[in-house]
Write a protein that binds this ligand. Structure first.
Ligand code: NDP
Length: 287
């Protein structure tokens, strides 16, 4: 009985040791953060700066990026720079990765976080909008990961994909957005399998987020969602911890994301009902 007990203790010890995040893990690392002019991306840039990483951030709004870079330098970043442009343009997406090669001499972590503007409401039938959103939220992620792969293979680095509960279970009022987030899961989870088969030591962390208190999300959903948003700085730190620990998936917050998802396979309709009950819905027509 002693040997299995010892085995259990050792396994627990190994698991907890593997689980410990230390800020030094990211010191000196060369990191790209997309969508870092505001919200969760901006907060990730600040955490990385405090940890002493080399940071390359991107988004469209140049003055905001300039301010974020300035703050990163004040917070202790090993270096900080930005490149502005739109992720509707795949050539721009690839040029951001090339910039890491030129100015940082390689890449340790690619954090894909940007998100294009969409609407909050019933699906309006605009197929062109779905296509455009797929380009920004999905195809540019694919283009950047593909361009970055040679550098990430060399550094045995990490790809971090910021997704949502809306990319794991059907959500009302964000149909085009949900579609783009489901696509990310399909692509990057399949790619992870291939990395494993080919012994490619590049981790892929898919981040499943609940409602976070960024300006965009609060403006769009605070009035209709019954729950309170979680803080974006804590969310950003949890993403970085999950990435540094090379987790396959990260759930933030656990109670509002992972736990409900456990119902998916055994009680999908109950989960659908729980998702709908998060919203203050208008009364159906004719009632
Ligand atoms: P924000 O709207 O605060 O930030 C989005 C970022 O993307 C900004 O930096 C924006 O900068 C940039 N961006 C928007 N459009 C483009 C474009 N066409 N090309 C390049 N960059 C662009 O979003 P959040 O911080 O709330 O979200 C960050 C991530 O977290 C997203 O992937 C989102 O889906 C995910 N998430 C967020 C949740 C929440 O409740 N907040 C919930 C679940 C997931 P600029 O306008 O200057 O280009």
């Amino acid at each position: 009985i002693f040997i299995p007990f010892l085995g259990l203790v050792l396994a627990f010890w190994f698991y907890s040791a593997r689980d410990t995040f230390k800020p030094e893990m990211l010191r000196g690392k060369r990191v790209i953060v997309t969508g870092a002019s505001t919200g969760i991306g901006e907060q990730m840039a600040y955490h990385l700066a405090r940890m002493g990483a080399h940071i390359l951030i991107t988004a469209r709004t140049q003055p905001r990026l300039q301010e974020v870079v300035q703050r990163c330098l004040e917070l202790g970043a090993a270096s900080a720079q930005f490149i502005s442009g739109t992720m509707e343009d795949m050539a721009f997406a690839q040029s951001v990765v090339r910039e890491a090669q030129t100015s940082l001499g390689g890449l340790d972590m690619l954090i894909l976080n940007h998100v294009g503007t969409s609407y909050f409401g019933f699906f309006d039938g605009d197929v062109e909008h779905v296509r455009q959103l797929l380009e920004i939220n999905f195809l540019s992620y694919v283009a950047m990961a593909t361009s970055a792969l040679p550098m990430l293979k060399e550094s045995e680095g990490s790809i971090v994909v910021v997704s949502s509960m809306a990319g794991k279970v059907g959500f009302p009022f964000t149909v085009p957005y949900s579609a783009t987030k489901f696509a990310l899961d399909g692509f990057f989870s399949s790619l992870r399998q291939e990395f494993s088969i080919q012994n490619i030591n590049v981790s892929i962390t898919l981040c499943i987020l609940g409602f976070i208190d960024t300006e965009r999300a609060v403006r769009a959903a605070a009035e209709v969602l019954r729950e309170r948003p979680a803080p974006r700085d804590e969310c950003a730190l949890e993403i970085l911890k999950g990435a540094a620990l090379r987790r396959r998936e990260l759930y933030y917050r656990y109670s509002s994301t992972r736990l409900p998802l456990l119902l998916r396979d055994c009680a999908a309709e109950l989960l659908d009902y729980l998702v709908r009950s998060r919203y203050r819905l208008p009364a159906p027509p004719g009632t």
